[in-house]
Design a protein around this ligand. Structure first.
Ligand code: UD1
Length: 372
């Protein structure tokens, strides 16, 4: 359904946490090129320089026009604080449409507020489902998709999920994966960071590890089981591990720092910016992760990805990509690692519409919707 209001306010783009920035940057620059009035709002869910500001710089995003500064907190506190502050912004700005991305608390909070104010809402990365409602992101995804007006999916499984949940085909648009737009843009710039030399690592001779899911890092047994696997894997290959602040805190609190320090050939680092991170991933031999986005980035880059989770909301990375879902048991991780060393994905096909052109398709759909 089209919006009733013909006096159009700006397009309001929302970001909040690290995985949002690379999904909004290509759309921001596309809308700017088209001369569309827009405002960039950052909720401040992530706030450390290396979790936030460095991404703005790497991705060519300007300072946000509006910063809510909500910071960390329990799910209820964080979501509610964003809602209260975002409502005030919407009252003042009267946006023509709100665009949210991904599945973080900021995504859900801003969608609820916009919809209750009858402001049209577009969700980029709609339709992904892990079918695991213990994941806070799955709750965010389902609730956001149940009310957003424009549902922009990265892959056709997203369309099927949304239709199965009762959404009309008219609201669903398969646009491709916008994160690949950022990846393509940054791959050209990432060698400039010289990060491999800085870390003293050589192309295809190391693995990259990232961990931040509560199901892994907030649970001592899970974390310990993963570290045991790393102790074995580290005998075969160097492992580079940029540590998320949540993970760093939990490892210390759970008394696992010593066990981690005994993993051979492990390089632990503070979180990296996007350009440096893309450079180390693109040149790695294998990636071990519980991230969602990395499952997609490694598929695009044709690098084996071992996902330390029991489920994925991105099944296309398993059926058509480089991803293997293994959970967090020591022996399963080691087995998957050994198998990945023999894999060669170089000849694998690219996925449909993961082509670096998704932002243009989304901008066109928003313009049609607004009638501009
Ligand atoms: C959030 C998202 C998750 C996403 C992840 C990427 C939700 C529910 N979760 O999880 O989907 O994959 O971001 O990073 O939205 N902290 C800092 N500095 C920061 C941000 C966080 O030190 O800039 C620490 C704080 O101790 C905080 C903890 O990390 O309590 C967790 O941060 P939070 O934003 O609640 O969740 P993430 O685990 O980052």
């Amino acid at each position: 359904m089209k919006p009733a209001n013909s006096t159009l306010g700006p397009i309001l783009l929302v970001v909040g946490a690290r995985p949002n920035f690379m999904k909004i940057a290509p759309l921001y620059s596309e809308l700017k090129e088209r001369g569309r009035p827009q405002l960039l709002l950052h909720t401040g869910q992530h706030y450390d320089e290396n979790m936030s500001k460095v991404f703005f710089d790497d991705l060519g995003l300007p300072e946000p026009d509006i910063y809510l500064g909500v910071g960390s907190g329990s799910h209820a506190t964080q979501t509610a604080t964003i809602m209260v502050k975002f409502e005030e912004v919407c009252q003042e700005v009267r946006p023509s449409i709100v665009v949210v991305v991904g599945d973080v608390n900021s995504t859900l909070a801003c969608t609820i507020v916009a919809k209750k104010m009858n402001i049209p809402t577009a969700h980029v990365e709609a339709g992904l489902r892990s079918w695991d409602m213990r994941m806070p992101e799955e709750v965010n995804r389902k609730l956001t998709d149940s009310v957003a007006d424009i549902l922009l999916t990265p892959s056709m499984d997203g369309n099927h999920n949304l239709i199965r949940e009762g959404r009309s085909e008219d609201d669903i648009f398969f646009v491709g994966n916008i994160m690949i737009d950022s990846l393509v843009y940054c791959l050209e710039r990432s060698p400039e960071t010289h990060i491999l030399r800085k870390l003293d690592i050589s192309k295809r001779k190391y693995g990259v590890l990232t961990l931040h899911r509560p199901s892994n890092v907030d649970d001592r047994d899970s974390m310990s089981s993963i570290i045991s696997a790393l102790t074995e894997i580290g005998k075969n290959i160097e492992i580079v591990f940029p540590i998320h602040p949540r993970t760093k805190n939990m490892i210390r609190e759970m008394g696992l720092s010593e066990k981690l320090s005994e993993v051979p050939n492990l390089k632990t680092l503070d979180p990296l910016g996007y350009l440096e991170f893309i450079a180390i991933v693109a040149n790695s031999k294998v990636v071990l992760t519980d991230s969602g986005g990395l499952q997609e980035e490694t598929t695009f880059l044709k690098i084996p990805c071992i996902t330390l989770r029991d489920t994925t909301e991105r099944p296309i990375t398993v059926t058509h990509g480089t991803n293997t879902i293994v959970g967090n048991q020591t022996m399963k991780i080691i087995k998957a690692f050994n198998e990945s060393m023999a894999q060669d994905y170089a000849e694998m096909d690219d996925l449909p519409l993961w082509d670096g052109e998704t932002a243009g398709r989304i901008a066109g759909i928003i313009e049609d919707y607004l009638g501009v």
